[in-house]
Ligand binder design. Structure first.
Ligand code: CDT
Length: 320
């Protein structure tokens, strides 16, 4: 039986500080409808999709941050239309948002950069909280912009779970990652070892490098080679969706992609605005790779990989 799932990446253009949630949800619903009209049964939206990429701003008032940029429940009255439309259309989706989670006291005092997998019936199937948080926690007033994910979020506490997921009549194993996770092969491999066949990732990547001058084309090049190599080395379908364009004067690149397990890009956005791309993901395309070159059970040598979990940073340890 064919295991072909038509998937979409629904790239969002800029969301400015002044834009309200309802207007963003309306744009997401419109892209969900376009995806469905083009045959997609699964749609990947970006990281922190409901708001501007707020970690570029330093805010002193944490209550204000929580109220403006975080969700106390998902869905909520303002985000519910997206879930309702998904259910009406029978289309599942992935979306990222700032999650305000209950602590031990029951008060909402944990903040995560979170993504969820929603089934075609509109119910939440799985959750992932971003593990690799880039940037810094301190204010850098001399910088053109901030990247304060280490200030606003805790490191995810769910590991890298995989979920059985059904959409468009196809059952598959799905995993989620978020933005900077794509620069670290470890998360992909942990998902691969649990049988992930499709990995979905939303991102917000500034066109300018905060730390040193870097040609924007090189930043896009890194994004693409990472996506292609991670898809190939883990024999997975990979959907990476951007929030792109100029938000309040700060530019983020697009280049949302759908990548086959062969490492080939089968669809890519061409704008930095709201844009849907669609591809047919044949989930059996990776069978030959998984049986031969990337038969993990046959070829991996974990007895030599101990340093991967024992050591965090580089310690120079020559054998001579
Ligand atoms: N959102 C996110 O994780 N962005 C990072 C930028 C890091 S620059 C400090 C990325 O890896 O694309």
């Amino acid at each position: 039986m064919s295991r072909k799932l038509v998937v979409a990446a629904a790239q969002l253009g800029p969301v400015n500080l002044g834009d309200d949630r309802a207007s963003v949800v309306a744009r997401l619903v419109a892209m969900l409808q376009e995806s469905a009209a083009r045959g997609a049964r699964f749609v990947a939206f970006p990281e922190l999709a409901f708001t501007t990429f707020f970690p570029r701003w330093w805010f002193d008032n944490e209550d204000e941050v929580n109220d403006r940029f975080f969700e106390r429940s998902m869905p909520s009255p303002v985000t519910q239309p997206l879930f309702d439309e998904a259910q009406r259309l029978g289309v599942g989706f992935y979306i990222g948002y700032g999650e305000l989670a209950a602590g031990e006291s029951g008060s909402p005092n944990h903040r995560f950069n979170t993504a969820i997998l929603v089934g075609p019936d509109g119910s939440i199937v799985g959750k992932y909280r971003k593990v690799h948080l880039p940037g810094h926690a301190d204010h850098k007033p001399e910088a053109a912009f901030q990247h304060l994910e280490k200030k606003y979020f805790e490191v995810g506490d769910l590991g890298f779970p995989t979920y059985r997921y059904g959409a468009g009549g196809v059952d598959l194993i799905a995993g989620m990652l978020i933005c900077n996770d794509r620069r670290w092969p470890e998360g992909f491999r942990v998902l691969g070892l649990q049988g992930a066949e499709m990995v979905v990732l939303g991102f917000n990547t500034p066109t300018e490098n905060l730390h040193y001058p870097e040609p924007p084309a090189l930043r896009v090049h890194h994004h693409l080679i990472m996506a292609q190599s991670m898809a190939y080395q883990n024999s997975i379908w990979l959907i990476e969706t951007a929030k792109a364009g100029v938000e309040d004067g700060f530019r983020m690149f697009g280049h949302s992609v759908i990548v086959a397990p062969t490492g080939e890009i089968v669809a890519q956005t061409v704008s930095e605005d709201d844009e849907v791309i669609v591809a047919t993901a044949d989930l059996d395309l990776s069978d030959d790779l998984r049986r031969t070159m990337f038969n993990l059970a046959a070829h991996r040598r974990p007895e030599h990989y101990g340093l991967l979990v024992e050591r965090v940073g580089v310690e120079v340890t020559p054998a001579n």
